[in-house]
Write a protein that binds this ligand. Structure first.
Ligand code: DGY
Length: 438
């Protein structure tokens, strides 16, 4: 029954593929290469076209800066359908910025470490895949070294972000608590996203003012991390970003062992891992809410709201047995209540829950994919299977959208697909859910 949709998913990826070897997330809305999109898209390709999967990663790693930083967007070409473009970002102000590409000066969730492992696991030609891993693995390690050396302000093994776009969960209600502390100027600019997507599904103009103000602040300090850390009103330790770093550390350790080199790097990764996991547990876990929360480093407080990021620790194998069952319980009861597909991106019982708007409620296939694998690794199979079948169902009923209404009544009628259409990671991870897991 899924066969025609696999064909459709592959057509979407083909249609979004561009030279020199990357797949844009969605035509018009996101016309360049995005960092974590590329990683997740490569996992889909790895099921049927390993060369493309590897190219996607190679192209991304080629944009790496001298200091190990890997940018969130690489502007491989001009486009008038996206704002803010390279002229606004001016990442070349940083002395280590790549001179070969125009990029942004911010990070995205560090997925490439675990993606390399997923690629190797799916490879038919293990020898070839291992050769690829050997060639690129040090670049990913250098990226982790950059993150720990520049973004771990207190030496806790927990990295900070200075912009909501670094989190991947771009307009989560979490960030409202930061906007309330900021008095950003009102910018005059032309939104390009809302020419393509219903504005009720996108961030507001006022939110864009804050997004631009933070980029202007970074530019003022030439994207210097310690200056940004000193002055930015947005300085957050994010449970999704840090869980993915921990997951990627873990994969890098395994991959170096398989490759048979990098003993010193394994030792360093193990040190980071011990510190990061211990502090992730003690700093992010909230006994009352029963899950992991964001920490606002600037204002020294936990942000006491549940999001789908609160559960991604499962994917990184972080919680022990007791916490695991608490988290799985909250996930199942509060996010998977009657009438809801798993997993809403924001607490369905929260005041700011909005089932239509970007990261303020809709379900995302990428987070579902992580939750599925996390739950499986703990043997919580029934809930894992529910997440997988919910993911497949919303796509089959609504199409390959960027995000989906978690309300069954809406999504079941095929009216629940929002944001960009023909969305690459939705197609890629749908392929992975079907081909890898069946
Ligand atoms: C956007 O423009 O909304 C992007 O998601 C930023 O990464």
């Amino acid at each position: 029954m899924s066969e025609p949709l696999i064909t459709k998913a592959k057509e979407i990826l083909n249609g979004n593929y561009r030279e020199p070897g990357f797949t844009l997330p969605s035509q018009g809305l996101y016309p360049f290469q995005w960092n974590w999109d590329s990683g997740l898209i490569a996992i889909g390709y790895a099921n049927y076209d390993m060369e493309r999967a590897q190219n996607e990663i190679r192209t991304l790693l080629d944009t790496q800066w001298k200091n190990g930083f890997i940018p969130h967007i690489t502007f491989h070409r001009e486009s008038n359908t996206y704002f803010p473009g390279p002229k606004f970002h001016q990442a070349s102000l940083h002395p280590d910025a790549t001179t070969r590409y125009k990029t942004t000066g911010m990070i995205q969730p560090p997925v490439i470490g675990f993606v390399l492992k997923e690629l190797l696991d799916r490879a038919q030609d293990k020898k070839g895949a291992l050769e690829f891993t050997r060639k690129v693995i040090d670049k990913v390690y250098e990226n982790h070294l950059y993150l720990y050396n520049n973004r771990d302000l207190l030496g806790e093994g927990l990295i900070y972000i200075f912009h909501n776009w670094e989190s991947g969960t771009d307009n989560s209600p979490i960030w409202d608590t930061i906007w309330e502390t900021m008095d950003s100027p009102r910018y005059t600019f032309e939104r390009r996203d809302t020419n393509q997507v219903d504005p009720s599904q996108r961030p507001s103009n006022r939110e864009y003012d804050h997004y631009l103000a933070l980029i202007d602040l970074a530019k003022k300090y030439r994207y210097n991390d310690s200056k940004i850390a000193e002055h930015s009103p947005f300085l957050v330790q994010d449970p999704l970003v840090n869980a993915l770093l921990i997951k990627s550390n873990q994969s890098l350790i395994k991959l170096y062992q398989i490759c048979g080199f990098g003993e010193d790097k394994i030792r360093q990764l193990e040190k980071w891992q011990a510190l990061s996991i211990a502090n992730y547990e003690s700093k992010f876990y909230d006994e009352d809410l029963g899950a992991y929360l964001h920490y606002d480093l600037r204002n020294k407080r936990k942000i006491r709201m549940l999001t789908s990021s609160s559960f991604v620790a499962l994917f990184a194998g972080i919680p022990g047995a007791k916490r695991t069952s608490e988290i799985a319980g909250i996930l199942e009861q509060r996010f998977g209540g009657e009438g809801l597909y798993l997993c809403a991106s924001f607490d369905p019982e929260g005041e700011r829950f909005d089932p239509k708007r970007y990261w303020r409620g809709p379900l995302w296939i990428n987070v579902n994919w992580m939750l599925y694998h996390g739950l499986k690794s703990y043997g919580i199979n029934k809930l894992a299977e529910q997440i997988r079948s919910d993911s497949i169902e919303v796509v089959e009923q609504n199409g390959f959208y960027e995000y989906f209404d978690p309300r069954r009544s809406i999504a079941k009628e095929g009216k629940g697909g929002y944001g960009g259409s023909n969305f690459s990671w939705t197609a890629a991870l749908y392929i992975d859910f079907i081909l890898r897991e069946s």
